[in-house]
Design a protein around this ligand. Structure first.
Ligand SMILES: Nc1ncnc2c1ncn2[C@@H]1O[C@H](COP(=O)(O)OP(=O)(O)OP(=O)(O)O)[C@@H](O)[C@H]1O
Ligand SMILES: [Mg+2]
Length: 248
């Protein structure tokens, strides 16, 4: 069971768009996928057109069992929803005297082996939620927006990841450039810098495509909303690459 965290400290880089469309792409290609939204914004449910009443928050505070917390979002795609209730759940964790960063891993332990992939969407910033996700996941996929120079942000993220690596076998395996626009000089320059810095870990970019934000507004994945657009093409290519890449 591969556990992939879609994470970067910086906000608005395409984390949720990537988590949702990667999870949906893997499910469409025949894998069993659990998408976990660890963000109090609850955007992943919204992008899938769902409003589950329960989710990760209730699971973490031990109010309900995993089977009651998970909803079937699409064929072979299950969702453990985020949302406002998570703010309270994280406060609950913060009060724990020790082992707070293991709370998510403990809550998810009964799900081991049930899925081929667990894809975790994380909130921006570096809070208790992100730490918990990194203590559970084995691979990190970091979306990096090509609209602004984010190499520094990526380097900082890697530094923080090092602290987790002392306790957990986790690696930044995939760096995904997002909002790529070939016509914009800066976009091309940043992509070149990333290429030099990341080497093999660099995935082919996701191009800027307005269909991706429109799809979210309609509660549809990009394959449902506009299966032939560039966004769908790019996320299909990412899905194939992730499926091919060796798991850790
Ligand atoms: N390749 C793209 N082209 C155009 N718009 C995009 C693209 N990727 C994402 N978007 C849009 O950009 C906005 C931010 O994307 P998203 O919510 O996925 O980022 P995020 O990193 O999850 O943000 P946050 O840090 O707030 O959780 C959304 O409106 C989304 O629809
Ligand atoms: Mg998000």
């Amino acid at each position: 069971m591969r556990r992939i965290a879609v994470s970067l400290t910086k906000g608005g880089v395409g984390k949720t768009t990537t988590a949702v469309n990667l999870a949906a792409g893997l499910a469409l290609s025949g894998s069993r996928v659990l998408l976990i939204d660890t963000d109090a914004q609850g955007q992943a449910s919204y992008m899938l057109g769902l409003q589950p009443k329960v989710g990760l928050a209730q699971l973490m505070t031990e109010e309900i069992e995993p089977d009651e917390a998970i909803v079937e979002a699409r064929a072979a795609l299950w969702l453990l929803a985020g949302g406002e209730a998570l703010a309270g759940a994280w406060r609950w964790i913060a009060r724990k005297e020790s082992g707070g960063e293991q709370t998510l891993a403990e809550a998810l332990a009964p799900l081991d082996g049930r899925y081929d992939y667990v894809i975790l969407d994380t909130p921006p910033g570096w809070g208790a939620m992100t730490a918990n996700v990194l203590f559970y996941a084995h691979e990190v996929l970091a979306p990096v927006s090509l609209e602004v120079l984010t190499l520094k942000g990526l380097v900082q993220f890697q530094e923080r990841l090092k602290a987790v690596q002392r306790h957990q076998e986790i690696a930044l395996e995939h760096v995904l450039p997002t909002f790529f626009d070939r016509r914009v000089k800066k976009s091309v320059e940043i992509l070149e810098q990333l290429q030099a810095y990341c080497g093999q870990q660099l995935c082919p970019p996701i191009r800027y495509n307005v269909r991706l934000s429109e799809a979210a507004g309609y509660g549809q994945t990009i394959y449902e909303y506009a299966p032939r657009c560039r966004g769908a093409e790019d996320y299909r290519r990412l899905t194939e690459r992730i499926a091919r890449s060796a798991s850790t």
